[in-house]
Design a protein. Structure first.
Length: 222
């Protein structure tokens, strides 16, 4: 891995002088340059910035899964045309490839998520959502979390009849929300016994199945 390129990427503004128009970054099996705004977000916020720039339409690919596959299978990142792209491949691999085994996942759950729901109830909102809320026009944590859930549903264009796989479903807040508000069928996956028990309780009588399993063991079409 080209660590020099990674270090250079972190300290230099690679987006300077790069065209800022929306870019089509994947053509056949070729990785090419990202627009300036995407580079800037990647430099400032890492993979989350790159993901959000894709979500905002700053760059696009015909098939995102194919693009990610090409990134992951690139044999020699140092041979890529641009140093920043070498860095992107480096960080993408770290972000997308998870060498953790199924057994490791359950051990982590025991040490963290299975400490007891009472602990998490004191620090989370009433829906037990464990990720950041969307604070646009929100005056409370509950409102921010509901904003986020609705925004996710809008981006997914949820509609009745869809089957959703929720990997790392936590305490089932999104599964419950999506099934209740949009009539979708959800399979939620968690490695935490405490989370699974809680999620099954709040999704009772909804088209939701909560599975205590490593996500790599899940089969089906969603």
């Amino acid at each position: 891995m080209n660590d020099t390129a990674v270090r250079e990427f972190e300290k230099r503004k690679w987006w300077e002088g790069v065209q800022s128009s929306t870019a089509d970054c994947y053509s056949g099996t070729t990785l090419s340059s990202l627009p300036a705004t995407a580079l800037q977000r990647f430099s400032q916020h890492g993979m989350f910035g790159l993901a959000e720039s894709y979500q905002d339409g700053i760059w696009k690919v015909p098939h995102l899964a194919n693009f990610l596959y090409e990134v992951l299978k690139t044999p020699e990142p140092s041979s890529l045309r641009f140093p920043w792209l070498t860095a992107a491949v480096h960080f993408s691999r770290q972000f997308l490839l998870n060498p953790q085994s199924g057994r490791d996942a359950f051990n982590i759950a025991k040490k963290h998520y299975d400490l007891g729901n009472e602990l998490f109830e004191t620090m989370l909102d009433s829906s037990m959502t464990y990720t950041s809320g969307l604070w646009n026009d929100a005056e409370s944590l509950d409102e921010a979390q509901q904003n986020k859930l609705r925004r996710i549903a809008e981006l997914l264009q949820l509609k009745s009849g869809m089957r959703i796989l929720d990997i790392g479903c936590g305490w089932g807040n999104f599964a419950e929300f999506a099934a209740r508000e949009y009539g979708v069928t959800v399979k939620g996956v968690t490695v935490s016994k405490e989370q699974a028990q809680y999620a099954r309780t709040i999704t009772e009588n909804l088209p939701v199945e909560i599975v205590l399993s490593d996500y790599r063991n899940i089969n089906g079409e969603f």
